[in-house]
Design a protein around this ligand. Sequence first.
Ligand code: MCA
Ligand code: AMP
Length: 507
Amino acid sequence: MNLYALLESGFPKDKSACAIETHDGLYYSWEDLEGATSKMANLLLALDLPQGSRVAVQVEKSPEALFLYLATLKAGLVYLPLNTAYQAAEMEYFVGNAEPAVVVCSPKNYSWVSQVAKKSGTKHVFTLGDDRSGTLLEKAVPHLSKGKTVKRSDDDLAAILYTSGTTGRSKGAMLSHANLGSNAKVLKKFWAWKKGDVLLHALPIFHVHGLFVASHGALLNGSKMIWLPRLDTKELIKHMPRSTIMMGVPTFYVRLLLDSSFTKNTVKNMRLFISGSAPLLTETFNSFKERTGYTILERYGMSETAMLTSNPYEGRRIGGSVGLPLPKTKVRVIKENGKLCGVNEIGNVEVKGPNIFQGYWRMPEKTKEEFTKDGWFKTGDVGRWGGETSGGKVPKEYLCIVGRSKDLIISGGYNVYPKEIESFIDDMPGVDESAVIGIPHPDFGEAVMAVVVAKSGHSLNADSMIANLKGKIANFKVPKLIVIVSELPRNAMGKVQKNILRETYCT
Ligand code: MCA
Ligand code: AMP
């Protein structure tokens, strides 16, 4: 079934009801949402693209950007969202790898993005601004505001999400209509979406969390969304009294707690706070409970799998645990020798279920490596069942994520792959070598740090290196700190010992 048809089955009968309210006071009814989605879908259909064609989108958050996602589904094409922070070199890689038939970018980026797109053979480049400007909407105007949803089977691709994955360069995780649809249905029930729910939406819509978990929930439940372009604590506090659900990365909760105007009164209408994408510190979990009386529900997932586990809606939510496997999803924790871990034993987390992706785009070998022979996906996360957190004893059915076997930094919910940053730093003049690690950060949870060795006879300046990197890679990947050293610690095999660097800089 086409995922759009599934989502549409949840839209309310009263089409004049509000589907989206924006921060600047605009109201979009369900009729507006369906009409704009159909117009854009009909525009895409008029391009007469072969099945499986990708629509790559790098635009600022707006209701129209969400309608473009829905239109791509409705037209049976494959949606490929891209972080707005990506710069030319990053876009060249994604567009070159995915070879989209359509690219949609912000009007302000048209000159360079269209160059990148043309280089990869993309014929159709549209623009879409966050103020309803751009050629996409202009070209969609003459099209009908009604139309059939293109039939798609369960295994047909709905979206490709680029992720650093467990190793190597960014890979496109291929998600089918059924992968996303099954997860949306499970979450609707598991989190007890109700009539009258209002979702406070301040996440970006180019990742699983904001695009699928949050938006799908509201759409499938026919619920209104209060649509904020980005995290702005004051705006969250302003709109929260009229909302019932919020989803955020841990930084959302850290920042809310720093604001003294965030009180019990702010949350008086809320029923559910959900956190994910990165570990929520038990300190934040406890302080939030103390301030508001609410227990944050933490859940765990990946781009390749959508949501895997969640603390319960009814029942005990435990700080430091990501909860129980979701219905239909199987989770196991495995020792290095392939045996199942017992309670409180640490091992690799592997998963199975209808939500697990179809593989990495054009990387069959990589895909094979990431699955076990008996079909379990290796998450690259390290966990245990039960045990103890600072909140007390954890029941044996609850999963705790204790680390990662993959060399990955998660900063404010964004993944950063150290190898990629190291290669940019190593290419800089005067640099001999570098090692990138994650260090604790009070706001982002983890922050990127680089330890760099200069070539002999050269001197390096950390500040100018940071400034230089800002022009080349997405800002969230740029190290917040660069330290210049005379050499990197190495083991007998000559491998850089990042554990020693972490011990040195993480305290
Ligand atoms: C912005 N900066 C960052 C980050 N965001 N640096 C490191 N990590 C970040 N996440 C940079 C800015 O460019 C700026 O740099 C400086 O840090 C301060 O920015 P600030 O204005 O404070 O940032 P912000 O605009 O308030 O954004 C912070 C944020 C945002 C709200 C945490 O990053 C965010 O919305 N993160 C959510 C990511 C997300 O949705 N992840 C879900 C992935 P300068 O000072 O140089 O200009 S999906 C997923 O992980 C799975 C499937 C799951 O389980 O959900
Ligand atoms: P991505 O594939 O970019 O969406 O990132 C997925 C990764 O985020 C997972 O493999 C975990 O390492 C991490 N992650 C997501 N949710 C949580 C959570 N609640 N606690 C700890 N790590 C998480």
